[in-house]
Design a protein around this ligand. Structure first.
Ligand SMILES: Cc1cc2nc3c(=O)[nH]c(=O)nc-3n(C[C@H](O)[C@H](O)[C@H](O)COP(=O)(O)O)c2cc1C
Length: 193
């Protein structure tokens, strides 16, 4: 009888252990970002810190000029020609992730074209994508509609838009929002305690 009870306890504990493993396995997070002047990068870093997600930077093979006006001209040309700028590096085994944060600046009302390249390269169907945009006034622009088209079968979760002018003097000057803003959004979407 004692042996039976012991066996039952072992099975229950094993069951609990497997359940926990499954939860961890179910919650693999990837934080993808593209950033020109550092805002989206800083926020992506905060998300990765809070959630424990893996960070991946989308880098173009040809870098954009450091001068704002020159960068906007090239970006405008890319938008007008529906370009797909070449990107370097790749995500290792994207299938292991079921949650993807996508952090990007609003460029001419939508996602930078390098993210069109990125999103067309990977099949994100079945995953939940949480977009975070940094912007100079246009918030998400049409990027959410474009995101839906670029990621068929993915769920687009609640996003966060962050103004580039919403600086917090106590923070890193390159970071545009207090940490707690990102954290309260992460809490709302169930990604932070
Ligand atoms: C090429 C380019 C185009 C931009 N277009 C817009 C725009 O259409 N609307 C807007 O609100 N902000 C626009 N901005 C401002 C950026 O969205 C804003 O500065 C953002 O915070 C930059 O993020 P980053 O530091 O991660 O590059 C543009 C900036 C650049 C460089």
């Amino acid at each position: 009888m004692k042996k039976l009870i012991l066996l039952a306890v072992i099975f229950i504990l094993l069951g609990v252990q497997m359940d926990l493993t499954a939860q961890t396995g179910n919650n693999r997070i990837l934080v993808v970002y593209f950033s020109w002047s550092g805002n989206a990068k800083a926020l992506a870093g905060q998300i990765a810190n809070v959630t424990g997600g893996d960070l991946f930077e989308v880098k173009t093979v040809t870098t954009y000029p450091n001068v704002y006006d020159e960068c906007t001209k090239i970006a405008r040309q890319e938008l007008d020609t529906n370009a797909r700028p070449a990107i370097s590096g790749s995500v290792t085994n994207i299938q292991q992730y079921n949650t993807v944060f996508l952090c990007y600046p609003n460029w001419w009302g939508t996602l930078p074209m390098a993210l069109f390249t990125f999103l067309e390269k990977y099949n994100l169907s079945g995953k939940t994508i949480y977009p975070l945009v940094t912007h100079g006034g246009s918030r998400f622009g049409s990027s959410l509609d474009d995101l839906k088209k670029l990621c068929p079968g993915a769920v687009i979760g609640e996003g966060l838009s962050v103004s580039a002018f919403d600086r917090n003097p106590n923070d890193d000057p390159r970071v545009t929002v207090p940490n707690r803003d990102v954290t309260s959004w992460l809490r709302r979407i169930g990604m932070a305690r």
